[in-house]
Design a protein around this ligand. Structure first.
Ligand code: FRU
Length: 463
């Protein structure tokens, strides 16, 4: 699998679709896989929602609730869910044409269970660009119209429509803003409140060109008037600095909440990860917010509170003074392969937390005071040789300015997601130990006192 697609909340159910090739564990003809959840934590696999057709593979896109039946797809009072996706024609691509990506629709009249492709596809035709994909659509209430944000090579292009079928170009953004180490993909545009004031966030995924190499997710904070996006600042910002969070976008129809989900991988090595019989997964769903630091406004992302449903009561160590490397394991008991670790300190200091096993495989996570950055080093974390770009030490700037430390780490069998400073700095990272990680050691450069360290097992069975 790769990108999450078509995330929409409807009648108490979170729908998640995703780029999926059922015929193998490397990228192939794309379908939309489907899973549903009542709470973002317990997921159930559903039948494939969209299959490739004469217009091509089903690439990334979004889904909306067409409550006012602007499409006319609704029948007998049934509200249509509408998916807007890219039809990617592999034959046209091979022939070297530049119009092989077009936008299409499918709709569901049974709350997302079954989907019908619209007979008039494609609804937005390619004007002649080899990169013309990943439509993210929202209802722009102030202008009573749908707005589509589309990835168009080195920028996004905004379109609008009264009915999801007829689209008019509004404007473009990004040719001279942000990072351009690769192509822009999977954009998103949404409002978020900061101190009661609405701000607009434009997400633009980028591959390659991310701060730690390969795929990554940049964003801009600014204003949007239904026609054009204007950023507040020139600074390039990243939703997640780790190497393994890509193609993330947010759920639609979640009222006051803004929930983001990314692909826990990187195109640098996604097709070579040492897993079987599956390959690739998603990050934990994250709740987004905004926070001002000095003159800049940043996104914050934190695991959705629903994750606490699967976090068991933990063991808390208090006032841990670290001078010599300290083995925490005797105090925490046997480590599971899924756990949450939270660290709270009044005064952040340079530290390193090392998760290791009897074979000497180790994953180090910490904070470098001199550089003022967080880091994750997976160079010796187990299987790393499947791709030269995988091993490495990755860094993320600390954006918070206060002395207090507050870190949440979510470990799954082969991944860690770090949320520092209430979600101001985030890093997601994969690792592949060859046997269970059994030891957790904390060391400090010049002493570090942790007021509270909590280890909690995570169990997928919901209480
Ligand atoms: C991003 C992406 C999208 C595209 C999809 C194809 O990872 O390249 O731009 O729609 O994957 O699977």
């Amino acid at each position: 699998m790769n990108d999450p697609n078509g995330m929409v909340f409807y009648q108490g159910t979170y729908h998640l679709f995703y780029q999926y090739y059922p015929g193998g564990t490397t990228w192939g003809p794309m379908h939309w896989g489907h899973a549903t959840s009542p709470d973002l934590v317990r997921w159930q696999e559903r039948p494939i929602a969209l299959y490739p057709d004469s217009l091509g593979y089903i690439f990334s896109g979004s889904a909306v609730v067409d409550a006012a039946n602007t499409t006319g797809f609704g029948k007998d009072g049934k509200v249509p869910l509408v998916a807007i996706f890219t039809s990617h024609d592999p034959k046209g691509e091979k022939k070297g044409t530049d119009t092989f990506e077009n936008q299409s629709l499918a709709y569901s009249l049974d709350a997302g269970t079954t989907w019908t492709k619209y007979a008039g596809n494609p609804v937005l035709k390619n004007p002649g660009s080899r990169d013309f994909r990943d439509p993210k659509v929202m209802w722009y209430a102030a202008g009573k119209k749908w707005v589509m944000t589309l990835a168009t090579k080195d920028r996004v292009t905004f379109y609008s429509s009264p009915n999801l079928k007829d689209w008019a170009k509004e404007s473009e953004f990004g040719a001279t803003a942000g990072a351009h180490g690769g192509v822009w993909e999977c954009p998103d545009l949404f409002p978020l409140l900061l101190n009661g004031q609405p701000r607009w966030v434009l997400v633009a995924n980028l591959n390659p060109g991310a701060p730690n190499g390969g795929s990554g997710t940049q964003y801009f904070v600014g204003s949007f008037d239904g026609h054009a996006f204007v950023p507040l600042s020139e600074q390039t910002k990243w939703v997640d600095y780790g190497p393994d969070d890509y193609a993330g976008v947010t759920w639609s129809n979640t009222a006051g909440r803004r929930i983001f989900l990314g692909w826990l991988s990187n195109w640098d090595y996604a097709n070579q990860l040492p897993t079987a019989p599956w390959r690739n997964a998603l990050t934990v769903p994250r709740e987004l917010g905004l926070q001002r630091v000095g003159n800049e406004i940043y996104l914050t992302s934190q695991p959705v509170p629903e994750v606490q449903k699967i976090v068991r009561p933990g063991i808390t160590l208090r006032n841990v003074a670290v001078r010599q490397p300290l083995d925490l394991t005797p105090k925490l008991g046997k480590l599971g392969d899924k756990f949450e670790l939270t660290i709270k300190a009044k005064q952040l200091a340079g530290f390193s937390l090392v998760l290791s096993n009897a074979k000497g495989e180790a994953l180090a996570i910490g904070y470098d005071r001199a550089a003022n950055h967080y880091f994750i080093d997976r160079s010796k974390s187990g299987v790393v040789g499947f791709n030269a770009k995988f091993a490495g030490r990755h860094t993320a700037p600390r954006l918070a300015t206060g002395p207090e430390a507050s870190l949440t780490l979510l470990f799954d069998a082969g991944s860690v997601e770090l949320f520092a400073d209430h979600g101001l700095t985030v890093m997601s990272e994969l690792f592949f130990p060859t046997e269970a990680m059994t030891t957790l050691k904390l060391s400090a450069d010049h002493g570090f006192t942790v007021q509270e360290l909590t280890y909690s097992a995570v169990a997928v069975k919901v209480q």
